[in-house]
Design a protein around this ligand. Structure first.
Ligand SMILES: Nc1nc2c(ncn2[C@@H]2O[C@H](COP(=O)(O)OP(=O)(O)O)[C@@H](O)[C@H]2O)c(=O)[nH]1
Ligand SMILES: [Mg+2]
Length: 371
């Protein structure tokens, strides 16, 4: 199992380049006003701040676990049936392969897990719990390299993020959540209502802007998205904005002219800043299943995506697909959506995710009736 170097807890949840968010620092300051400044008090204060984030982290993990409960239950039930009182042989491997493929984990991941078991345990008995542990381990190894924070480079004024994806995946909501996080860190954020197809989409982003307290550049429905992007970026440069996040209309990945329009947005933005966009984020709905692979491929080829955010992992998600995407494309996964609220964007953690899919707890009770 890959051991992750433990970094500061707050750093793991929030930005790496900053010493701490404005919110954390002001909380620390408020608490210091009534407290003597010594080591013991400082430790207490830091623990209080940490517990706030541990609290929200637990909430995310619970949502993730319940979102993946269906996948994990069918995996653990299936594994219990296949491996109870049975040796590892070619027949049990085939049954395991079927289970893993059904869970959307993908061919590479399935092959990895089966290879691991066949090279180490062939002809031996194995408990369902052990199989699940191997599964969690291998999933973590696959996810670890792609679990990467979205790094905002402070010297870029602005750091430009373009958000793309098919309809209804959660692009606008995710932009709102990210904007809330960045604004709370004291960064100057400009949102761009680049989904000019529908008036409601422009309004939706404006509501998020009002809610989190940041400006939204917009035009009327039907306006040219690329030229809106050009003007917004020009304005952001003049106003020393830290982060510009541009929404785009949802488009089917197999509609050529709509995909070409994304290329146009990028070309026009580059007339203002040749290095932009610095991130092109694909928002993928975890309930989509296998279709997500085709979306990743098309948006990678046509819009040069640099990272993914997977949403709706709180629902009845088919979360295994994220493992298949990681194994096949190796594209960074920056965060996951675990609800519709402003705080429901969790950092993507390989171990947490692996354990949520392969929850060993599910079969601990059944274990007694295996060999
Ligand atoms: N349960 C859940 N719903 C989400 C999540 N992210 C977005 N949504 C919902 O999905 C729907 C579509 O979201 P929207 O941001 O408008 O998608 P867009 O068309 O890609 O911009 C809305 O009802 C959102 O509230 C999530 O992580 N979990
Ligand atoms: Mg939208």
């Amino acid at each position: 199992m890959i051991k992750k170097k433990k970094t500061n807890l707050l750093d793991r949840f929030f930005k790496s380049n900053d010493p701490g968010s404005i919110e954390d620092n002001s909380l620390r300051k408020d608490m210091l006003q009534d407290t003597p400044y010594d080591n013991e008090s400082m430790t207490k204060i830091d623990q209080t701040i940490k517990s706030r984030f541990i609290g929200s982290k637990r909430n995310w993990v619970q949502r993730l676990k319940s979102g993946l409960a269906k996948t994990s239950a069918s995996l653990s039930e299936g594994i219990s049936q296949v491996f109870a009182k049975r040796q590892l042989d070619s027949e049990s491997f085939e049954d395991l392969e079927d289970l893993l493929i059904q869970a959307d984990l993908g061919i590479e991941t399935t092959a990895r897990i089966v290879d691991h078991l066949s090279s180490n345990r062939y002809d031996k008995t194995i408990s369902p719990k052990e199989v699940l542990e191997v599964l969690a381990n291998e999933i973590e190894i696959i996810l670890e390299p792609v679990a990467q924070k979205l790094d905002i480079v402070a010297s870029r004024k602005p750091h430009v993020i373009l958000v793309v994806g098919v309809n209804g995946t959660g692009k606008t909501t995710t932009i709102g959540k990210l904007a809330a996080k960045y604004c709370s860190e004291g960064r100057k954020v400009l949102l761009v209502a680049g989904d000019t197809f529908r008036a409601a989409a422009i309004e939706q982003l404006q509501i998020w802007g009002d809610r989190v307290g940041c400006e939204v550049a917009h035009r009327n429905a039907g306006a040219d998205s690329a030229s809106l992007g050009f003007d917004a970026l020009t304005k952001a440069k003049e106003q020393n904005i830290d982060i510009l996040m541009m929404d785009t209309a949802g488009r089917l990945h197999n509609k050529k002219e709509l995909m070409d329009e994304l290329g146009k947005i990028i070309r026009v933005i580059r007339k203002v800043d040749a290095t932009a966009p610095h991130d092109v984020l694909l928002v993928v709905d975890a309930t989509t299943g296998q279709n997500a692979l085709r979306q990743v491929e098309a948006f990678r080829d046509r819009a040069g995506i640099t990272g993914l955010i997977m949403t709706k992992l709180d629902g009845t998600a088919s979360g295994g697909i994220i493992v298949a995407i990681a194994a096949q494309y190796g594209i960074p996964v920056h965060a996951i959506g675990v609800g519709e609220g402003v705080e429901d964007l969790a950092p993507f953690d390989a171990k947490e995710f692996a354990l949520a899919i392969a929850q060993p707890k599910n079969i601990e009770l059944d274990n007694s009736d295996t060999h």
